[in-house]
Design a protein around this ligand. Sequence first.
Ligand code: IPE
Ligand code: IPE
Ligand code: MG
Length: 232
Amino acid sequence: MSDNLPNSTPRHVAIIMDGNGRWAKERRLPRQAGHNAGAKAVERTLKAAQKAGVEFLTLYAFSTENWIRPQDEIDGLMKLLEQTLDRYTKDAAKNNIRLWVSGEREPLPAGVLKKMDYAVTATAQNTGLTLNLALNYGARQEITHAVNALLAEGKTSVTPEDFQACLYHPDLPDPELIIRTSGEERLSNFLLWQAAYSEFYFTSVLWPDFTEEEFNKALDAYRTRTRRFGGI
Ligand code: IPE
Ligand code: IPE
Ligand code: MG
């Protein structure tokens, strides 16, 4: 790779969609209002990513740690998820989006699993953008899932390639760019293996305020980065 050529558009962008609660608090609204507004930002971002020619978009929707939130917030999020999956299944066929999900099934409610499985099957043949929804996702859980799969195969020694083959989606390329909104600058158990050489973009914009313009700003920032991968 030449070091004076700008990066092109990333193939895979991953986003930690954070700040829904604070967005609602600023408006003296219940936290759920922030999550509802966040779902609209997802729609805008999907359009922006398609327009920019991004192939894979991973969105962190619910972490394995988010179960410690109050039950009514969890219930609200699961309901929103079901509604959003329903809508996307229709729109996704029209927009040619393919849905993948990364995460553990347990203890997601049966209703969510049903809608999720249906959406994945219904969009499997779509050839446009792949939306990889990180749902009940934790990177340490993904890593231990891979280790357990390798142990079940009877492996006693593995290569990085063997390990990659046991991730939730072995064909998912590593994200060139990881965006986190709301001013927090941490991974929160997101894509620990895949982020080895990712570029990071942090913005103080709260997720419900995220727009196509913000997305393009992140892509522009990425294009200015010099990626060395250990070289000079
Ligand atoms: C992100 O927004 C959505 C989820 C984690 C489900 P938050 O709900 O974490 O919003 P803040 O961080 O409290 O503002
Ligand atoms: C990360 O956000 C998880 C998602 C965006 C789904 P959190 O709000 O849960 O992260 P922490 O707790 O601030 O690290
Ligand atoms: Mg948060």
